[in-house]
Structures are given as C-alpha cells and as structure tokens.
Design a protein around this ligand. Sequence first.
Ligand SMILES: [Zn+2]
Length: 487
Amino acid sequence: MPLNDYEIVIGLEVHAELKTDSKIFCGCTTEFGGEPNSHVCPVCLGLPGVLPVLNEKAMDYTITAGLALNCEISPYSKFDRKQYFYPDLPKAYQISQYNDFLLCKSGWIEVASGNGELKKVRINRVHLEEDAGKTVHSGTGILDSDYGQQDYNRCGVPLIEIVGEPDLRSAQEAKEYLEKLRTLLLYTGISDCKMEEGSLRCDANISLRPKGAKEFGILAEIKNLNSFKAVQSALEYEAERQAELYDKGEKMFKQTRAWDENKGVTVLMRSKEGASDYRYFPEPDLVPMVIDDERLQRLRNTIPELPDSRKRRYMEIWGLPEYDANLISGSRELADYFEAAVKEYGEAKAVSNWVMVELMRLLNQEKIEITAVKITPAALAKMLKLIDAGTISGKIAKTVFEEMFMTGKDPEAIVQEKGLVQISDSGELAAIAKKVIDANPQSAADYLGGKAQALGFLVGQMMKETKGRANPAMVNELLRKELEQRK
Ligand SMILES: [Zn+2]
C-alpha cells in the first residue's frame, strides 16, 4: 500500500554537549579540537586508581535544560555505570544515569506541525552523562575503514541526553522538533549546539504501522545524522524503505542503521541490543545528589524569557505578523537586539522591517553574527527617526544603513559627511523639475498627450539628478504641476 496509508512514528534521542569550561569529572578543558589526546588526564582516560569529582556546573546546566523543556525535576539523583566495550571509551563503561531515578522527566515542547498548528511533543527524560572519545576511521567512513585511531579529547565532556517520546509523525516534524530543541538550548546558554562540531547530535527511532493501528511497528534506530537536512532526508528515506519491506511481506527486526550522506541511503550496522545488555549498576565513586528548592529556584531565575513567550508578546502586544515574530524570536541574540531597538524607537513593525530585510541581508552577505554587528540598536532607532523627520528618504536610508553596518558610524554623521540630506525645499525641487522636463521634451509631450506612464520616467530622471535625495512624496506633485503649466 502507498506510504500514505502508513503512520510514521518517530522519536528522537538528542545529545547536547554542555558549555562548561572543564569536563564533567576532571579539570581538563572542554574546548573543541586541539591536538589528538592533548586535553586528557588520568581521570578522563580512566586510568586505574583515579576518582571522579562532579562538576556542579554540569548538573546545574542539566537541571536548567530540564526546566526549559517543562520537565519535572527529581529532588534525588545518582549516577550509574553503563557498560559497553568500544575503543572510544577507555574505562569500558560510561558514567551515565539509569532510568530508575530520573533527574528530569515528563517534559514537553511545542512544535510547528504541518497544518500550521502547534503540537505538544512529549519528552520522556533528560539526563547527564559523560561523552566518549572519537574514533577517526581510515578510508572514507565507518563502513569501509581498515582501522580506527582514538582521540580522547572529547572523553568526559559533559553531555545531556534528551529522550523524546515517539510523538513525531513525519520527517518534517522531526526536523522542526530538533530545531526547536536547539533554539531552547541556545536560549538558556547551556550548549553551543553546533551540529558540525558534534556538540549537538541526534539519533532517530522510526517505525511504521498501518493507519489506525494501536501497536507500534518494529523500529530502526538511525545514527550519524549530523545536520538538520540529514535528519529529514534519512527519515524520509527510511520511511519509504520500511513501507516497501512491509508491502513485500518481509520479516522486520529491530536494528541500528547509519545514514550515508553521499549515497542518500541508510545502511544496516547491527541488530539492536536492549538496555539490559548494558548491565547498568550504580556508580560507587560518586555520592547521590539531593537537589533542594533553593537550587531549583536559583536555576529557574537564570532562564530568560523563552521564544514562544516572546513570539506571543510580539504578535499580541506589538502587532507583528506571525512570520516576523517567528523569525525574530528564533534567536535570543536577534530578539534582544530587536527589543532594544524597539525600546529606543517605539514602533515595532518599522524596526522589524529593517531587521528582517536590510540587517539580515547584510549579515548573510558579510557572514557576520548578530552579536558582532556594528550597528547598535540605538543607532538603528536614530536612523529611523531621521526618516520620520524627513531628513533622509527611505531609499537613502538604505545607503546610510549599509554605511553604518560597515563602519559602525553614527547615522547623522554619515548623512552630513556624504551630503545625503533629503531635498524637501519646493523651490529647489521645482527648479530641478523644470530642468528635467526641458531635457526630456518627448516624455513631457507623451505625458501631456495622455500617456500617464511617461511621468514615471521623469520621476526617475529627477531622482537621478538629485542622487536619490529628492523627497519622493513631493516629486510627483511638482512634476505634474510643472507639466500642466506647459499645456
Ligand atoms: Zn581529564
């Protein structure tokens, strides 16, 4: 049957590295990159006789993530050893948290679903663990390599795992969910969420069932999804693949697959093990933690106003269209910038137009982050006031804005220096209108002969003559007046 007759069921497991300065159980730096095995010590290498000491900041960040994702926070938490044997883990176990005492549980976030409505996607849990090292494979990738080399710099970097419930129903929804999760983590400042550096990683569980069925189908876990596009493409591919197998009546089995970006296919890695294979047991070297109300309150206070709330405020109080509100609230830095400019200027839509069109265009063109932009919110507000006062036209303002962007100069100074003040003197403009008409007798004759569009050409000539400085509201009027006199 066609893919449309199946219900696609997706749940994401997302790992985010926390932005602490040092690792979770030792003092080594968490900085990305570096010579292989230069950010290591006996603790994160798992040498015998060493003891881990918990980085409290990592615990704070995990709880903060839980709060931002609407989770219940458990007053009691502990660490467990998760046993597995893989060369990227020198201790042969990972210090993680088993699900008998969940630190953060039963959360949810709202995600845009296909029909334009918001959908609540549940989060099962968020827990803290240590990252493993990195295997550098020979050859072109994991599937055709002869040997691997180990880099333990990443070993022991604090990591949160965010386990989502299987509430997602399409590849597009899964991408939206991941993007929303990323926005929230960035807002709280606990992770830099760079998929290209591996500080945000995603595995996807996907299964199919006939529409209307209650039972879940047999799932495949897809690994190696290292971009938003990969998440969407891999899930689209995998849904098609599974539908085809069901149609052929083939037997399914639980499995782990890898996304091959170059070939655009998922490839079988292994049949999947259950949680019991990991032989979890409590970590004897770390004491359990009690999280008191005071700590919770302190962490709650560090969470800024989150994007959904900002978006609502922009629409309901400031009257922004949803598109503007969505885009601006999607980045904390952009939203802060926007709000600071609105505070100075007073009117949100005008600020939003400049931020969304000219500012975004220049940021993209010059590959600059909003945090590094040279135009202060106050300077943007000042420029808008120059337009309102008639000192510059909206058209000239674009030139001024670009100069502000490149140099960080004050808009008024730019207008003076470059002689960009708008010409609003009717005597001066009338003289220019005469000159333009004299120089273009054919257009003048056309206009007087009934071709209204000939006026547009003369307006253009006047703008050219004044280098765009003529007050556009006055130009049409003056030209028309002047032409009528020549009838
Ligand atoms: Zn270390």
